[in-house]
Design a protein around this ligand. Sequence first.
Ligand code: GDP
Ligand code: MG
Length: 294
Amino acid sequence: MSFKSGFVSIIGKPNVGKSTLLNALLGQKISIITPKAQTTRHRIKGILNNPNYQIVFSDTPGIIEPKYKLQGSMMKFVNDSLQDCDLVVFVTDFLDRNRDEQLLERLNMIESPMLCIINKIDEHDADGIMEQVNFWKDKVKNFKEIVPISAANNFNVDLLLSLILEYIPVGPAFYSEDQITDKSERFIVSEMIREKILLYYKEEIPYSVQVEIESFKDEPKLLSIEATIYVMRASQRQILIGKGGIAIKNLGIASRRAIEQFFGKQVFLKTFVKVKEDWRNNNKALKDWGYDEH
Ligand code: GDP
Ligand code: MG
C-alpha cells in the first residue's frame, strides 16, 4: 500500500464535541474540552501518525457570528482551515437543527468532500438517531456519509477513521512522524491552564483571560513553568485570585496536575495575574498572542 497523507478539517457549532473527537481520533489529549462554548480559540492541528499514513486534523473554534475582534479572528481560523483540506468533517449533536438556517447555507457552499458526524448518540435512542440522520440527509446534499458516533465513549470512531482514510490522497508525510501537533509545548500548557479557568470560574471570567507562558524550563526531573494570566479589568483580577488567594491556589494545583499528566514528569508552576484593559479588542495584543497569524 502506498503511503497516504492529507488534511482534514473538523468544523461545527460550539460544544458539539469537535475537540473530544480530535482527541479520540488521536488517542491523546491535544485540544482542551469543557462544557462551555468557545473553549477552542485557535486552529489546532493534531497529527495522526501510522506506518501507512499521516493525517493532519485541524480542530477549529465553533462557528459563531463574531461580536468582538477575537471572535472575528476565531472565524477566520475556521474559514482558513476549509481552504486547504482534503476532507471536511462536520460535527453536530442533536441541537443544530433548532439553530440557524445560515449554518445550512454555509455547509451547502463547501466544495471539499464532507462527512457528517452526529455525535453524542450515547444520550439518545435509535429512533432519535435515525431522525437526525434523515434531517441531515435532506438538508445538506453534499455529505458523502452520515455517521453517528459517541466521541466521548469512543463509539464508531474507528469506523469514522476508516472512512476518512478513503479521502486521503497518496503522498509523502508533511510533518515528522514523531510530531503530534503543530502547537508548541508552551501553547499546550497555556491551554491546559485556560481549560481549568473555564472549569473553575463563572460567567465572563473565562472569556476575558489570556494565558501567557513566561518561561518553560525542561530539566531532567522537573518542568519549571511561569505563567501570566491576563484579565481585562482589575475586578476580574480580584475574582481570579479569590479571598486570601485561595482560588488561584486551587487553579494552580489543578493546572499543575494536568500538565504533569501530559508530560509525565513533576511540574513546578508559578502563576501571576495581570490586567490588560480590553485586550479582546486590542489589535496589537491579539497579534502578539497569535490570533492574527495568517
Ligand atoms: P467543541 O466545542 O465542539 O470542541 O466541544 P468539546 O469537545 O469541548 O465538548 C463539549 C462538551 O460535550 C463537553 O462537555 C464534552 O464532554 C461533551 N461531549 C463530547 N462528546 C460527547 C459524547 O460523545 N457524548 C456526550 N454525552 N458528551 C460529549
Ligand atoms: Mg473545541
